[in-house]
Design a protein around this ligand. Sequence first.
Ligand code: 13P
Length: 240
Amino acid sequence: MSKIVIGNQKMYMNKEDVEAFSDMLKNIDKTNKEVIVCPTFPFLEYYNGIVPVGAQDVSINDNGAYTSQVSASQLKSLNVPYCIIGHSERREYNHETDEEINIKVKKLLENDITPILCIGEKLEERQNKLTETVIKNELIGDLKDLSPASVEKIIIAYEPIWAIGTGLTPTLEEIDESMKFIKEYVTTTYNVSKVTVLYGGSVSDKNIDELNTVESIDGYLIGGASAKKDAFAYIINSQK
Ligand code: 13P
């Protein structure tokens, strides 16, 4: 199966950076891999015709007086096929709850947009051997009341919070364990035949070759390195 490479460009890039990225992405070989880029809202249209894009968040509301928010139907009207939700930075800085994330999953699916749902534990939770409990509780809340057909459409990104932007990663064995736990839990609990699970957290051009050896990883959600042209190109090219 071809791997999915998603760049979460967070708030790293301005117009000149995005233009330089568009050129790189236009020319890079994208056979046997799926490359998706998630810029901030103003730049969603810059990648038109080059790679599919994802938004970095969506509103829980449909329409109305919600200054600064962007709805799923607005994203749909711009033909945006993907949207990240539940990122730990939003959970932390915006106090986003699993209940809100569950609403966002539903709004996106109603508008035919694929949610890229982020889950993962804090360092202290891992140290206390709570990784699986935390992941499971997030999944229970985030996927509440969804049909198997809906759950099957979601891309899950496992991002240990302590690995984001720190240069630290779990061992390959630990990543493999978490991938398998999520797949097993989701397929049995929600009665689906398959689930796509990505790894995210300090993925870079330095560790990608090693990460590529873990078969249970269906792809990557990449932050910092997805805003560096050469590093992102290396990661894309490493997917055979
Ligand atoms: P880094 O790749 O910068 O660690 O960020 C990961 C991330 O948060 C992607 O959503």
